[in-house]
Design a protein around this ligand. Structure first.
Ligand code: CO
Ligand code: ZN
Length: 331
């Protein structure tokens, strides 16, 4: 478990540059599925075939992560950048950025005149240690993408890493693929691209698969830290079954099935209402003629930082619930 989670989270694959993570996931699942393909968007689609008595179920987790893209290099060799997805300045200053070729830089900020305010992204820069523009250009160029560089820590019952959003969802699907041996249902496990820039991979995948039902697996916020927002979800509370977020109301029948499967299989669960943020489930639900869609969420603190934190107990509950749904869903 530990080794695969470390590999999945430490790899660099921001939205639009999912090649590395896609290769790793493909290698991890290939021998456990009947068919595997990459669609025109770059989504990795793995299929376990069922029979005519079963339903078609699409499981979804996104492979991409937030990051940055270089848009300017100044004469002293400092890099300016645009965000890829929800890259927030409050989490960024003095953290390290790794580019696809392995070059690492530090995020610095222009002189902050008012310390009650967070420096906006356009006043931040990346320092790769270059002496000037010419030297910087030996290592990086306009359009190069990077993401947080951070070591993954698996300790006690906690995982701390960058990109647990949503590599932990990818991990849950990989484990479910390994554990589901035979079922009547035909299962599509879709590892999507470009979620962080606006749910751009999941929609075409859902349109072409057009499943009977879909479940997205992604992180959600928690309300269990000092003075946090009022939210019922907490670490160690179990798999979070989504009722609503800012993009969707989950299909009632699907979420009731997730709740009854949790009870039946004694899987710890909690109910989720997330006021800000959404997942691939939002895009899937309103694709084609509309697809009954639910979501299983992994409670996570510090989302979109280099130190996202989840509970291993919750991760295991999410795997159990994904397996139960894949095997037992039948109406
Ligand atoms: Co995210
Ligand atoms: Zn996510």
């Amino acid at each position: 478990m530990k080794d695969l989670i470390i590999k999945l989270t430490e790899i660099s694959s921001p939205s639009g540059s999912e090649e590395k993570i896609r290769g790793l996931i493909r290698n991890s699942i290939e021998k456990y599925v009947d068919d595997i393909k990459i669609d025109n968007m770059g989504n990795l689609i793995a299929i376990k075939k069922g029979n005519s008595k079963g339903k078609t179920i699409m499981f979804d987790a996104h492979m991409d992560e937030i990051g940055i893209i270089i848009n300017h290099i100044d004469k002293n060799g400092f890099l300016r950048f645009s965000p890829i997805g929800g890259f927030f300045p409050i989490h960024a200053i003095t953290h390290r950025i790794q580019f696809q070729n392995g070059v690492i830089g530090v995020i610095g900020e222009e002189l902050r005149k008012d310390y009650s305010k967070v420096t906006p992204l356009d006043k931040l820069y990346i320092d790769i240690g270059a002496g000037g523009k010419k030297e910087a250009e030996k290592y990086v160029g306009i359009g190069d993408v990077g993401n947080y560089f951070a070591k993954t820590i698996v300790t006690g019952n906690r995982i701390i890493a960058k990109s647990l959003d949503d590599r932990i969802g990818c991990y849950i699907m990989i484990e479910a693929i390994k554990r589901i041996k035979k079922t009547n249902n035909t299962l599509y496990f879709v590892f999507t691209v470009q979620e962080e820039v606006g749910i751009r991979g999941a929609r075409p995948a859902a349109f072409s698969i057009n499943p009977d039902v879909a479940i997205a697996i992604d992180v959600t916020d928690t309300g269990d830290t000092p003075e946090s927002s009022k939210m019922e979800v907490k670490l160690d509370g179990g798999a979070a079954i989504k009722i609503m977020d800012s993009g969707m109301l989950t299909n009632r029948k699907i979420r009731e099935k997730l709740i009854s499967l949790s009870k039946k299989n004694k899987i710890p669960y909690q109910l989720e209402i997330l006021e800000r943020g959404t997942t691939d489930a939002f895009g899937i639900q309103i694709t084609a003629g509309g697809i009954p869609t639910g979501a299983i969420s992994i409670p996570s603190r510090y989302i979109h930082s280099c130190s996202e934190m989840v509970s291993i107990n919750d991760v295991n509950a999410c795997i159990d619930l994904t397996v139960a749904f894949g095997k037992e869903y039948n109406d």
